[in-house]
Write a protein that binds this ligand. Structure first.
Ligand code: FUB
Length: 373
């Protein structure tokens, strides 16, 4: 072909490609779901907020007057299911926002991907986000090149990202499920940890033991493994101290035992403050409950109070609790859209209510609100 004929053809192909790229970009930044009114059935049971792709482990925050949701992005990597959670092989994060509960969900597209995190090898699990000093921070667990879970941080000028990852994980971080709580005095803390696939039991001696227990420790009558807390430096990208244990006590002031699977910590830490008290909530893993405990300061100890959410469809349960326009909401997930596939989950939201004395009224995910326990 002569060059004079060929050049217009090349120009046409380039312009089509550019047009397609900008159409794709526009599509990924548009509202993607129906209103929340269509996301509840007649009994008030929540329906999936996002149906375009799978989403789980929702960390919700109010930024710029909207609710931003930072979930895991589930997909089917074809990895067989096991107790180590290898089937959760996620490789990127998408961010979503809601102007109002009941309004449309906006999909802001990819916020961070595995290939942009120099230290991470696989498994981008449950993230969280925070805002300080005019910057937004995304915190995320991933396995490093040695197969050890660490927690990384990425930064952006905007709540929706895209986020730029720091080249190393946070020093002294390990295990999974970071949750950053900023107290009313402006000090931020990171809570983290998860047993079994989250590897917390392999850190029982203070350093990582690859031959450490695969499951809960011992016979079950010793104190349960504790989630961790570390104060954040003002710059939000490093711990200001080595992580400490978060103690969860029973009504008699004794630490919960590792055999107490209905109440002991498994993963999915979250902290919120209500009427001056600190509410530490978490998943019990193999008994599939979201529970909470109350303390007088961010470090605890926290005294066990009861169940927030009864078991959902699927193995995991993971949540966040956020106040928005005078009401409290529980963001959580189940596996409704995938018909029960453990690693293919969808995010939901429901209102959370308290009794006059500050107890959370437990929620039955499929039959409206249950009675206080
Ligand atoms: O999404 C992967 C893992 O499943 C999370 O990190 C855990 O909390 C559980 O939800």
């Amino acid at each position: 072909m002569k060059l004079t004929y060929f050049l217009p053809f090349v120009a046409f192909i380039i312009s089509c490609t550019q047009q397609r790229a900008s159409q794709n970009q526009a599509a990924s930044i548009t509202a993607i779901t129906d209103s929340l009114a269509e996301k509840q059935d007649s009994t008030g049971t929540a329906k999936p907020l996002i149906s375009k792709r799978y989403s789980a482990d929702p960390s919700a925050h109010v930024f710029e007057g909207k609710i931003f949701i930072y979930p895991s992005h589930d997909y089917d990597a074809g990895v067989p299911e096991n107790d180590n959670g290898d089937h959760f092989a996620m490789k990127d994060y998408y961010v979503y926002s809601l102007d109002s509960i009941g309004g449309q969900v906006t999909d802001h597209g990819i916020a961070l991907q595995l290939s942009d995190v120099p230290w991470a090898a696989k498994q981008l699990w449950a993230p969280d986000a925070a805002f300080k000093n005019g910057k937004y921070y995304l915190y995320f667990p991933a396995k490093d090149k040695d197969g050890i879970f660490r927690i990384g941080v990425a930064e952006s000028d905007r709540p929706q990202g895209p986020f730029k990852a720091y080249p190393q994980p946070i020093k002294y971080s390990f295990s999974i499920d970071p949750a950053v709580f900023t107290d009313t005095d402006g000090q931020s803390y990171m809570y983290f940890g998860g047993i079994w696939g989250g590897q917390l039991q392999k850190w029982a001696s203070g350093s990582f033991d690859p031959k450490g227990p695969a499951f809960d420790l011992g016979k079950g009558d010793e104190p349960a493994l504790a989630p961790k807390i570390a104060k954040m430096e003002p710059g939000m990208t490093a711990f200001a101290e080595e992580p400490k244990d978060v103690l969860i006590l029973d009504g008699q002031g004794k630490p919960l035992k590792s055999g107490d699977h209905e109440r002991r910590f498994f993963e999915a830490a979250w902290v919120h403050k209500y009427k001056g008290k600190y509410y530490f909530s978490y998943s019990t893993g193999d008994t599939h409950l979201l529970c909470y405990a109350i303390g007088d300061n961010p470090y605890g100890p926290f005294t066990y109070q009861g169940v927030i959410l009864k078991p959902v469809l699927g193995w995991t349960t993971h949540h966040s609790i956020v106040e928005f326009k005078g009401k409290w909401y529980l963001f959580y997930h189940d596996t409704e859209l995938s018909d029960g596939k453990t690693h293919l989950r969808n995010v939901k939201v429901t209102e959370l209510n308290y009794t006059a004395d500050g107890k959370i009224i437990p929620i039955d995910p499929y039959h409206g609100t249950a009675q206080p326990n």
